[in-house]
Design a binder for this molecule. Sequence first.
Ligand SMILES: [Zn+2]
Ligand SMILES: [Zn+2]
Ligand SMILES: [Zn+2]
Length: 299
Amino acid sequence: MTAPTGLTGSTTNPVARGEAAAERTTRGERRAVPRRSTPHRVTAIPVLPDGSPDWERRASGAARDLSPGGIGLELDSPADMPAGSPVLLVLQDSPPGGPLCAGVEVRHTRRLGPGRLRVGSSFGGLAGEVVRPENLVPRFRPESMALVPGWPEPVLRKWADLGVLRADVVDRIQLCPACHGLPTFRRGCSGCGSARVTADRFIHHFTCAHVGPVGDFEAGEELVCPKCRTRRLVVGADYEYLTGVHHCADCHWGDAQLGPVAQCLRCGLRFPGDQAVEWELTGYHAHHLDPLALLAGAG
Ligand SMILES: [Zn+2]
Ligand SMILES: [Zn+2]
Ligand SMILES: [Zn+2]
Protein backbone atom coordinates (compact mmCIF):
# COMPACT_ATOMS: atom_id res chain seq x y z
CA MET A 1 0.00 0.00 0.00
CA THR A 2 1.20 3.47 -0.85
CA ALA A 3 2.14 5.36 2.27
CA PRO A 4 -0.82 7.67 2.87
CA THR A 5 0.38 11.23 2.84
CA GLY A 6 -2.96 12.87 3.49
CA LEU A 7 -5.53 14.33 1.18
CA THR A 8 -4.34 17.91 1.11
CA GLY A 9 -0.63 17.36 0.58
CA SER A 10 1.83 18.18 -2.18
CA THR A 11 1.85 16.96 -5.81
CA THR A 12 3.85 13.89 -4.75
CA ASN A 13 0.71 12.74 -2.95
CA PRO A 14 -1.16 10.07 -4.93
CA VAL A 15 -4.51 11.77 -4.41
CA ALA A 16 -3.24 15.06 -5.79
CA ARG A 17 -1.84 13.30 -8.88
CA GLY A 18 -5.19 11.57 -9.47
CA GLU A 19 -6.91 14.90 -9.22
CA ALA A 20 -4.76 16.43 -11.95
CA ALA A 21 -5.47 13.53 -14.33
CA ALA A 22 -9.18 13.67 -13.65
CA GLU A 23 -9.44 17.39 -14.36
CA ARG A 24 -8.25 16.89 -17.91
CA THR A 25 -11.03 14.37 -18.58
CA THR A 26 -13.82 16.31 -16.94
CA ARG A 27 -13.00 19.54 -18.75
CA GLY A 28 -14.02 18.00 -22.11
CA GLU A 29 -16.99 16.25 -20.52
CA ARG A 30 -18.32 19.47 -19.05
CA ARG A 31 -18.46 21.15 -22.47
CA ALA A 32 -20.18 18.19 -24.15
CA VAL A 33 -22.76 17.53 -21.43
CA PRO A 34 -23.85 20.72 -19.71
CA ARG A 35 -25.49 19.98 -16.40
CA ARG A 36 -26.18 21.67 -13.11
CA SER A 37 -22.88 20.75 -11.62
CA THR A 38 -21.15 21.80 -8.48
CA PRO A 39 -17.53 22.82 -8.89
CA HIS A 40 -16.46 20.36 -6.25
CA ARG A 41 -13.93 17.61 -6.77
CA VAL A 42 -14.00 14.66 -4.45
CA THR A 43 -12.03 11.57 -3.54
CA ALA A 44 -14.34 8.59 -3.06
CA ILE A 45 -12.90 6.05 -0.62
CA PRO A 46 -14.81 2.75 -0.37
CA VAL A 47 -15.34 1.59 3.22
CA LEU A 48 -14.62 -2.03 4.19
CA PRO A 49 -17.12 -3.92 6.39
CA ASP A 50 -14.93 -3.31 9.47
CA GLY A 51 -15.07 0.46 8.86
CA SER A 52 -11.53 0.73 7.44
CA PRO A 53 -10.72 2.68 4.28
CA ASP A 54 -10.28 0.58 1.12
CA TRP A 55 -7.57 2.99 0.00
CA GLU A 56 -6.45 0.87 -2.99
CA ARG A 57 -9.89 1.19 -4.60
CA ARG A 58 -10.29 4.93 -4.09
CA ALA A 59 -11.44 7.01 -7.04
CA SER A 60 -11.23 10.67 -7.93
CA GLY A 61 -14.08 12.58 -9.50
CA ALA A 62 -16.53 15.43 -9.38
CA ALA A 63 -19.70 16.00 -7.38
CA ARG A 64 -22.92 16.49 -9.40
CA ASP A 65 -26.62 16.86 -8.64
CA LEU A 66 -26.14 17.70 -4.99
CA SER A 67 -29.26 17.58 -2.82
CA PRO A 68 -29.82 17.52 0.95
CA GLY A 69 -30.43 13.77 0.79
CA GLY A 70 -27.73 12.61 -1.56
CA ILE A 71 -25.08 13.34 -4.11
CA GLY A 72 -24.43 12.36 -7.72
CA LEU A 73 -20.83 11.73 -8.74
CA GLU A 74 -18.77 11.16 -11.82
CA LEU A 75 -15.76 9.10 -10.92
CA ASP A 76 -12.61 8.14 -12.79
CA SER A 77 -13.06 4.58 -11.72
CA PRO A 78 -12.05 1.51 -13.65
CA ALA A 79 -13.90 -0.71 -11.15
CA ASP A 80 -17.62 -0.82 -10.48
CA MET A 81 -19.14 0.18 -7.18
CA PRO A 82 -22.02 -2.18 -6.41
CA ALA A 83 -25.29 -0.73 -5.10
CA GLY A 84 -25.22 -0.64 -1.32
CA SER A 85 -21.46 0.01 -1.15
CA PRO A 86 -20.47 2.40 1.62
CA VAL A 87 -18.19 5.18 0.40
CA LEU A 88 -16.62 8.08 2.23
CA LEU A 89 -16.43 11.22 0.11
CA VAL A 90 -13.68 13.71 0.86
CA LEU A 91 -13.80 17.15 -0.71
CA GLN A 92 -10.48 17.91 -2.43
CA ASP A 93 -10.91 21.68 -2.39
CA SER A 94 -11.79 21.80 1.29
CA PRO A 95 -11.38 25.05 3.19
CA PRO A 96 -8.55 25.25 5.77
CA GLY A 97 -9.19 23.33 8.96
CA GLY A 98 -9.40 19.80 7.62
CA PRO A 99 -10.99 18.09 4.63
CA LEU A 100 -14.79 18.08 4.51
CA CYS A 101 -16.19 14.58 4.32
CA ALA A 102 -19.50 12.77 4.11
CA GLY A 103 -20.48 9.12 4.24
CA VAL A 104 -22.72 7.89 1.45
CA GLU A 105 -24.24 4.64 0.23
CA VAL A 106 -24.18 3.87 -3.50
CA ARG A 107 -27.74 3.69 -4.94
CA HIS A 108 -27.08 3.10 -8.64
CA THR A 109 -24.21 3.31 -11.10
CA ARG A 110 -23.90 3.75 -14.84
CA ARG A 111 -20.78 3.29 -16.97
CA LEU A 112 -20.12 6.45 -19.01
CA GLY A 113 -17.14 4.96 -20.81
CA PRO A 114 -14.01 3.04 -19.95
CA GLY A 115 -12.79 4.31 -16.62
CA ARG A 116 -15.73 6.71 -16.10
CA LEU A 117 -18.50 5.88 -13.72
CA ARG A 118 -21.70 7.80 -12.91
CA VAL A 119 -22.75 7.13 -9.31
CA GLY A 120 -25.94 8.07 -7.50
CA SER A 121 -25.69 7.92 -3.74
CA SER A 122 -27.53 8.91 -0.58
CA PHE A 123 -26.00 10.26 2.61
CA GLY A 124 -25.66 7.88 5.56
CA GLY A 125 -25.12 4.14 5.84
CA LEU A 126 -21.97 2.47 7.18
CA ALA A 127 -19.71 5.22 5.83
CA GLY A 128 -21.86 7.80 7.64
CA GLU A 129 -21.34 5.84 10.86
CA VAL A 130 -17.56 6.00 10.36
CA VAL A 131 -17.57 9.80 10.77
CA ARG A 132 -20.47 10.17 13.22
CA PRO A 133 -19.21 12.25 16.17
CA GLU A 134 -20.66 9.83 18.76
CA ASN A 135 -18.49 7.05 17.31
CA LEU A 136 -15.29 9.09 17.31
CA VAL A 137 -14.87 9.99 20.98
CA PRO A 138 -14.31 7.45 23.77
CA ARG A 139 -17.44 6.71 25.79
CA PHE A 140 -18.11 4.52 28.78
CA ARG A 141 -19.22 1.04 27.65
CA PRO A 142 -20.81 -0.94 30.51
CA GLU A 143 -20.17 -4.26 28.72
CA SER A 144 -16.38 -3.71 28.84
CA MET A 145 -16.22 -1.32 31.83
CA ALA A 146 -13.90 0.83 29.76
CA LEU A 147 -13.90 4.10 27.83
CA VAL A 148 -13.64 3.29 24.13
CA PRO A 149 -14.77 4.91 20.86
CA GLY A 150 -17.53 3.39 18.70
CA TRP A 151 -14.96 2.05 16.24
CA PRO A 152 -11.80 0.12 17.16
CA GLU A 153 -8.85 2.46 17.60
CA PRO A 154 -6.83 0.90 14.68
CA VAL A 155 -9.72 1.63 12.28
CA LEU A 156 -9.93 5.29 13.32
CA ARG A 157 -6.14 5.53 13.18
CA LYS A 158 -6.19 4.49 9.49
CA TRP A 159 -8.58 7.33 8.65
CA ALA A 160 -6.44 9.72 10.69
CA ASP A 161 -3.33 8.58 8.77
CA LEU A 162 -5.14 9.54 5.55
CA GLY A 163 -5.90 12.97 6.98
CA VAL A 164 -9.68 12.42 6.98
CA LEU A 165 -9.94 12.34 10.77
CA ARG A 166 -7.93 14.44 13.21
CA ALA A 167 -6.74 12.80 16.44
CA ASP A 168 -6.79 14.77 19.68
CA VAL A 169 -6.07 13.98 23.32
CA VAL A 170 -9.46 14.51 24.99
CA ASP A 171 -8.74 13.37 28.55
CA ARG A 172 -6.28 11.66 30.87
CA ILE A 173 -7.70 8.93 33.08
CA GLN A 174 -6.49 6.40 35.65
CA LEU A 175 -6.96 2.70 34.99
CA CYS A 176 -6.51 -0.69 36.63
CA PRO A 177 -2.84 -1.77 36.32
CA ALA A 178 -3.92 -5.39 35.69
CA CYS A 179 -6.67 -5.14 33.05
CA HIS A 180 -6.97 -1.41 32.14
CA GLY A 181 -10.60 -1.39 33.29
CA LEU A 182 -12.08 1.61 35.10
CA PRO A 183 -11.59 1.66 38.88
CA THR A 184 -13.51 3.40 41.65
CA PHE A 185 -11.52 5.38 44.21
CA ARG A 186 -11.93 5.94 47.93
CA ARG A 187 -9.69 6.95 50.85
CA GLY A 188 -8.91 4.03 53.07
CA CYS A 189 -6.38 2.04 55.07
CA SER A 190 -2.88 2.33 53.63
CA GLY A 191 -2.04 -1.06 55.12
CA CYS A 192 -4.74 -3.31 53.68
CA GLY A 193 -6.93 -1.07 51.48
CA SER A 194 -10.01 -1.43 53.68
CA ALA A 195 -12.49 1.43 53.83
CA ARG A 196 -13.63 0.34 57.30
CA VAL A 197 -11.62 2.99 59.09
CA THR A 198 -12.63 5.22 61.96
CA ALA A 199 -10.85 8.17 63.50
CA ASP A 200 -10.97 9.63 66.98
CA ARG A 201 -12.43 13.14 67.17
CA PHE A 202 -10.96 15.70 69.51
CA ILE A 203 -12.01 19.15 70.67
CA HIS A 204 -9.52 21.97 70.91
CA HIS A 205 -10.66 24.67 73.35
CA PHE A 206 -9.03 27.91 72.13
CA THR A 207 -9.03 29.87 75.41
CA CYS A 208 -7.16 27.33 77.54
CA ALA A 209 -5.58 25.36 74.65
CA HIS A 210 -6.86 22.06 76.03
CA VAL A 211 -7.28 19.22 73.53
CA GLY A 212 -9.26 16.15 74.53
CA PRO A 213 -11.65 13.49 73.19
CA VAL A 214 -15.17 14.78 72.37
CA GLY A 215 -16.63 12.51 75.08
CA ASP A 216 -14.66 14.37 77.78
CA PHE A 217 -16.43 17.65 76.85
CA GLU A 218 -19.98 16.27 76.72
CA ALA A 219 -22.09 17.28 79.72
CA GLY A 220 -25.78 16.65 79.01
CA GLU A 221 -27.03 19.09 76.37
CA GLU A 222 -23.94 21.30 76.38
CA LEU A 223 -20.18 21.13 76.01
CA VAL A 224 -18.01 21.96 79.01
CA CYS A 225 -14.23 22.18 78.95
CA PRO A 226 -12.89 19.55 81.41
CA LYS A 227 -9.79 21.65 82.11
CA CYS A 228 -10.99 25.24 82.63
CA ARG A 229 -14.70 24.39 83.21
CA THR A 230 -15.93 26.99 80.67
CA ARG A 231 -19.55 26.10 79.72
CA ARG A 232 -21.74 26.46 76.63
CA LEU A 233 -18.85 26.25 74.16
CA VAL A 234 -19.72 27.42 70.62
CA VAL A 235 -18.08 25.69 67.65
CA GLY A 236 -15.85 28.01 65.60
CA ALA A 237 -15.88 30.76 68.25
CA ASP A 238 -14.69 28.73 71.26
CA TYR A 239 -13.43 25.45 69.88
CA GLU A 240 -12.65 23.39 66.80
CA TYR A 241 -12.83 19.69 66.05
CA LEU A 242 -9.57 17.85 65.34
CA THR A 243 -9.23 14.43 63.73
CA GLY A 244 -6.96 11.98 65.47
CA VAL A 245 -5.39 8.77 64.26
CA HIS A 246 -7.38 6.56 61.90
CA HIS A 247 -7.87 2.97 62.98
CA CYS A 248 -8.52 0.16 60.51
CA ALA A 249 -11.16 -2.35 61.62
CA ASP A 250 -9.66 -5.05 59.41
CA CYS A 251 -5.90 -4.93 60.04
CA HIS A 252 -5.68 -2.69 63.14
CA TRP A 253 -3.33 -0.34 61.35
CA GLY A 254 -3.30 3.21 62.64
CA ASP A 255 -2.16 6.40 60.92
CA ALA A 256 -2.99 10.10 60.84
CA GLN A 257 -3.56 9.99 57.05
CA LEU A 258 -5.75 7.81 54.86
CA GLY A 259 -4.43 6.75 51.46
CA PRO A 260 -6.13 6.57 48.04
CA VAL A 261 -7.44 3.06 47.43
CA ALA A 262 -8.78 1.91 44.05
CA GLN A 263 -10.88 -1.08 43.04
CA CYS A 264 -11.29 -2.14 39.42
CA LEU A 265 -14.89 -2.37 38.22
CA ARG A 266 -13.93 -4.99 35.66
CA CYS A 267 -11.56 -7.48 37.36
CA GLY A 268 -12.18 -6.52 41.00
CA LEU A 269 -8.50 -5.90 41.84
CA ARG A 270 -8.09 -3.63 44.86
CA PHE A 271 -4.86 -1.66 44.77
CA PRO A 272 -3.19 1.48 46.18
CA GLY A 273 -4.56 4.40 44.17
CA ASP A 274 -1.09 5.64 43.21
CA GLN A 275 -0.49 2.38 41.31
CA ALA A 276 -3.24 3.23 38.78
CA VAL A 277 -2.01 3.44 35.20
CA GLU A 278 -2.40 6.88 33.67
CA TRP A 279 -3.82 6.74 30.18
CA GLU A 280 -4.35 9.43 27.54
CA LEU A 281 -7.74 9.18 25.86
CA THR A 282 -7.64 9.94 22.15
CA GLY A 283 -10.72 11.19 20.37
CA TYR A 284 -11.15 11.85 16.66
CA HIS A 285 -12.75 14.69 14.79
CA ALA A 286 -14.23 14.83 11.30
CA HIS A 287 -15.17 17.94 9.33
CA HIS A 288 -18.64 17.22 8.08
CA LEU A 289 -19.67 18.27 4.63
CA ASP A 290 -22.88 20.30 4.83
CA PRO A 291 -24.73 19.70 1.52
CA LEU A 292 -26.86 22.82 1.96
CA ALA A 293 -23.80 25.01 2.42
CA LEU A 294 -22.20 23.43 -0.65
CA LEU A 295 -25.36 24.00 -2.70
CA ALA A 296 -25.38 27.65 -1.67
CA GLY A 297 -21.71 27.92 -2.65
CA ALA A 298 -22.41 26.34 -6.05
CA GLY A 299 -25.34 28.66 -6.87
ZN1 LIG B 1 -6.26 -2.11 57.18
ZN1 LIG C 1 -10.74 25.06 78.51
ZN1 LIG D 1 -8.85 -4.70 36.47
